[in-house]
Write a protein that binds this ligand. Sequence first.
Ligand code: DX5
Ligand code: ZN
Length: 220
Amino acid sequence: MNTPSLLIAPSMLASDFANGAREVASIKENGADWVHLDVMDGAFVPNISFGPPIIKSLRKHSDLIFDTHLMIERPERYVVDFINAGSDYVTVHYEGNIHLDRTLNLIKEHGAKAGVTIVPSTPVSLLSEILHLADLVLVMSVNPGFGGQAMIPSTLKKITQLKELRGEHNYSYLISVDGGVNLETAEAVRNAGADVAVTGSAFFGASDRARFVQEMKGRA
Ligand code: DX5
Ligand code: ZN
C-alpha cells in the first residue's frame, strides 16, 4: 500500500541511434516518464557515447523530462552546455568532482535541477555535506560505462539509506537507480523505495514496451 508509482526513465544509450527521433518519441508513447541520457567521455568511464548536440536534436522530439547523467571528468566544464541543450536534470558523479558544492550550485543557477550520483564502491555517507543541495540522488547499481550489465544487488540498500536521510532531514531529492534494472530486479527496486528507475536495454529490447513499463511499475 501507499507505494507511489515508480517513474521509468529509459536510457537512450540502448536505443537505435539512427532512429533517434522515433526512439525518443516511443518513450512517451509507451507510458514511460523521463528520458535518461548517458554521457560518457572515454576517460571517467571506458566508453564514449554522445554530447550536447545529440541531446539538442532529441529535445525537438520529446516534451518529457530530460535526465542527463554525466559520466565525464570535471563535469563543471560542460554542465551549462548540457542545460542549454535541453537537460532538465543534470547529474554529476561524486567521484573525481572535488568542488561538488560549486558544481551543484552552478547547475541550479542555470535553471536546471541538480543531481549527484555515486558508483557502487562509494558509500552514501560521503554525500552528507551536499544532500541538502540535491534535487536528485542517483544510485549506480552497476559500475558505470556500459548498458546491459547485471545489477549489483548490495547497492540497493543505499536507496533505503537515502530515503531514511530524506525523512530525517526533510531533504527534497528524488532517488533514482541506474544499471541492470529490468523485470527481474523491478520488485527489489520498488521495495527499496526508489522514485525513478533508469532502464536501458530492458526497455529498448522489450518486444512490448508499453507492457514492459506497466510491469516495471507493478501494474501488470
Ligand atoms: C551505465 C549507464 C546506465 C545504463 C543502463 O553506465 O549509466 O544508464 O545505460 O543500462 P541497462 O539498463 O541496460 O543496465
Ligand atoms: Zn545513466
